[in-house]
Design a protein around this ligand. Sequence first.
Ligand code: ATP
Ligand code: MG
Ligand code: MG
Ligand code: MG
Length: 585
Amino acid sequence: MLHAVITRLSHLFLRTLRDDPADAEVPSHKLLVRAGYIRRVAPGIYSWLPLGLRVLREVERVVREEMDAIGAQEISLPSLLPREPYEATGRWTEYGDGLFRLKDRKNADYLLGPTHEELFALTVKGEYSSYKDLPVILYQVQTKYRDEERPRAGILRGREFVMKDSYSFDVTDEGLAESYQKHRAAYQRIFDRLGLKYVIVAATSGAMGGSASEEFLAESEIGEDTFVRCIETGYAANVEAVTTPAPPAQSFEDTPAAKVFDTPGTPTIASLVEWANTEDEVTERLGRPVTAADTLKNVMVKVRRPGNEWELLAIGIPGDRDVDAKRLEASLAPSEVEVIDDEDFKKYPFLVKGYIGPEALIANKVRYLVDPRVVAGTRWITGANENGKHVVDLVAGRDFEADGTIEAADVRDGDVAPDGQGTLVSARGIEIGHIFQLGRKYTDAFELDVLDVNGKPARVTMGSYGVGVSRLVAVIAEQMHDDKGLRWPVEASPADVHVVIANKDEQARVGAESIAGKLDESGLRVILDDRKASPGVKFKDAELLGIPKVVVVGRGWANGVVEIRDRVSGESREVAIDDVVDELT
Ligand code: ATP
Ligand code: MG
Ligand code: MG
Ligand code: MG
């Protein structure tokens, strides 16, 4: 069996750090730097050190294997690109500040490629001319450049990063749909092999243009994308790509707000307002200081409670007062509610026109302050804290579209799914892959035609598909680390086994060398900690580096055993020296 060189920590270009880097906020960034996988050069620009580079190469390997398996062919286009093709598609301008632009010595414009649709379309145009040549899928694993506004979390959002981008070329729409499905399946295999928790969500096609588009989002609290999914139907979408109906209109008696009015002693903002006369008292009732965020635009309505007089109801509304007042009037039973017009406002001099602010609360002037969604039956804004004190959560209201739907970016937990078949739950994710049916936007720009069966020119249709290869290294670290360090899945790990010499005895050292040699011969990738450091330091580093299996040659050596630790499950067990290789292969 062909074997590699054992990686000796006494020799490896590696310095682990005890402290988190000052600029790191998320765990993957802290750990990748502390474990000596990456080093910062400038904002969003990082160097890969030996172990980091190995992980990157492993992720690339998995990606290449799955791309090759769907018949995609690897090529490599330059990163340094002339302006003209991007001028032809309009993206030289559209990309704005996101593009790294530069000039050569003759003052000609160049850019560093942020994505390569233009160049791939031109490449195919240069080589192919018949429908018989298609379909074809080409890909590259390439360094991309984007002058991101907020580079973040180390390699998670870099300004220089590695992407696998592929492009499909078909004659028919059906062909494009097939190439798209092939990629979708390949991406599932890639992310499954890497052990990631992810969702596939409907996405907008944005600057790329085209029709169908889906994103692969790794589930993570630190993600910058928010997605919603419907438990009942399995529907999932990036919030950028979903618009849901606003809560249905109800008559006022059916609403939770009406029930509050009818239940004596229920904590409401009304009770808060009636009790609080000073800012301190408001603070005490709220359980926190009043802030500017507590100021909501309002409309005033009069409500006739069953068997009661008209009462003044101030309804806090974010957004356009007139539009919301009309909708509110429509959503409440008309006979019970009257929206007070601007003239009427003058009768209530204690109100700051258009706003109910902390001043009004403190001045004990507003009787009821209700979020419109309470009226519409969706959300409570009052409650009690653990001491039984009344607390109020003034929910910032959301923006509604003029047609009464909820704005895409504002969709959230509890909203009705677009098909009405259930409710949505929201979560955050990191985009790890994105697939597009581009259609003919780019092939039109370059007049990319092939001759069809009848010898007539047919415009080629195109798909584009990206995987964030370097980002995946951070995402794996983010999803799989624990408080002690990194934990790599076998497919991405820089090694298979980490052998720690934790016994000063010369026999034990020689024995550890021999175990490492046998593991290497059996085809495993071995790291051997042969440094002159204390066992404590070595164990800590083994946890930090995150190789899935750790073999400790320690005190048990004299009794003929070594310890095998599983970095992922945390389990450890003793194994006879002669059984180590069998146990690990
Ligand atoms: P994001 O929404 O995170 O900015 P994007 O939608 O701009 O990503 P695409 O143009 O779809 O990205 O590129 C394909 C893939 O490249 C993305 O799914 C992502 O995994 C990766 N990627 C994009 N921008 C970066 C970046 N700045 N650093 C690392 N990876 C990135
Ligand atoms: Mg982006
Ligand atoms: Mg995106
Ligand atoms: Mg994208």
